[in-house]
Design a protein around this ligand. Structure first.
Ligand code: C5P
Length: 402
């Protein structure tokens, strides 16, 4: 049964004739359990009444302006964060072009740029405008960056023509919006990952780190989103862009990473430790830059062991399905199996490092997924492809283990 219970849906209405159906759409979304807030584009108010939308949504309607008055209520960033999904219905050809260009020239476009939530659009326009090459290219681009395209439908149009371009009916749109939350092998599941290196400070300007680029962890975060999961990425310092729909928590040291993981672990179904966490950190962190000593040629740094975040998660009373990584230069399988057992993991992804074609910073990887009673070889492929295969195998094992 499709449901939107407790889901916050931001309904953006743009200036097309199908906007007259949106009070009904709000009702249908609320019937499925959603909380709905409405944002009107500049021209939408010509086609539907704000008062009607306010009455059916139970909230005051946000209009196109981003002025001091509206920002003093629920500001645009809060509204962007509030949404679990942004549904633009109807989405005109003009709005689609502006969305594709990442414009942020009024409240609704700004929200689309600022949100982390899934965006869905319900195109509605004359059939020629829909068939137009520019519109089709815009749609293709939006699809490629993860925007869900709902419809359009075909049939009689308000302009008197017949063809593809009608907005889907409110009931269908509400159901298709609910279905956005139900797709993929990890639909409705929460996945937390660690990624990247850690930085263990020696003084305010120096520290100990490693060559982890974060590529593998970020690719797995993206694959988990594609599989329908709600993803939290606890990441050390990297130069990578956070994938869409991933909630990133930026950390620096191993201790920060451990704190961020433990604070949020309770609600997680799956934990994947991909980060290259420093095994040790300096015992003392100098308040000021450490000065070079003219009379000594050597310097000693005393280090203390960092907590093992992964083992700590696996040792919880009610642990999530826990997956570790083992980067080894030799005897990969044997060492990885040792880690699987010692850290009480459900699965370990073992890879060979030290060569120059796979591992730290390279675009490709080749790994063995090892469980108590299985070994699955993932042949050399891009980290994006390896990540998708890994998530597929994790979801199979996770669903079996439940
Ligand atoms: O024991 P080793 O460091 O080789 O184990 C690697 C795995 O353990 C990786 O999944 C890594 O993210 C995790 N790990 C951790 N905390 C540490 C060290 C490693 O979570 N302090």
């Amino acid at each position: 049964m499709l449901s939107l219970v407790n889901k916050n849906i931001l309904l953006g209405i743009t200036g097309g004739i199908a906007a007259y159906k949106t009070p009904d759409l709000v009702r249908r979304l609320r019937d499925l359990g959603a909380n709905v807030q409405v944002v009107l584009s500049k021209n939408a108010g010509d086609f539907v009444s704000e008062i009607a939308l306010q009455a059916v949504s139970g909230h005051s309607v946000h209009n196109y302006k981003m002025d001091a008055e509206s920002e003093s209520g629920m500001g645009h960033i809060d509204l962007a964060r509030w949404a679990d999904a942004v549904l633009i219905a109807p989405a005109t050809a003009n709005f689609i072009a502006r969305l594709k260009n990442g414009e942020a020239d009024e409240l609704l476009t700004t929200l689309c740029v600022a949100t982390n939530a899934q965006i869905a659009i319900a195109p509605a326009m004359n059939q020629q405008m829909w068939a137009n090459q520019a519109t089709q290219e815009n749609i293709k681009h939006l699809e490629s960056i993860g925007v869900a395209i709902l419809g359009p439908d075909s049939g009689d149009q308000a302009c008197g023509e017949v063809g593809l371009g009608r907005m889907l009916q409110p009931i269908d749109l509400a159901e298709r919006t609910a279905a956005l939350f139900e797709t993929g092998s990890l639909a409705g599941k929460s996945v937390m990952l660690t990624a990247g290196p850690t930085w263990e400070a020696l003084d305010p300007v120096r520290g100990i780190t490693n060559h982890s680029s974060g590529l593998m962890g970020y690719a797995i975060a993206q694959a988990a989103v594609e599989a329908g999961a709600k993803v939290t990425l606890v990441t050390g310092p990297t130069h990578l862009a956070v994938p869409n729909h991933v909630n990133a928590i930026n950390v620096v040291s191993a201790l920060d990473m451990q704190a961020a993981v433990m604070e949020n672990i309770e609600s997680q179904d799956i934990f994947i430790g991909v980060a290259a966490v420093a095994d040790y950190r300096p015992v003392e962190v100098a308040d000021c830059k450490i000065k070079k000593k003219t009379d000594e040629d050597t310097m000693t740094i005393t280090m203390v062991k960092n907590p093992d975040i992964l083992a700590g998660v696996a040792a919880l009373e009610k642990p999530p399905f826990t997956v570790g990584f083992a980067a080894e230069t030799n005897d990969v399988e044997q060492y990885a199996r040792g880690k699987l057992e010692r850290k009480k993991l459900d699965m370990i992804a073992a890879n060979h490092v030290g060569g120059n074609t796979t591992g730290f910073g390279t675009p490709d990887n080749e790994i063995k997924l090892i469980t108590k009673d299985d070994i699955i070889q993932l042949e050399k492929a891009s980290k994006t492809q390896i990540a998708r295969q890994l998530i597929e195998h994790v979801s199979i094992k996770f669903n079996k283990a439940k």
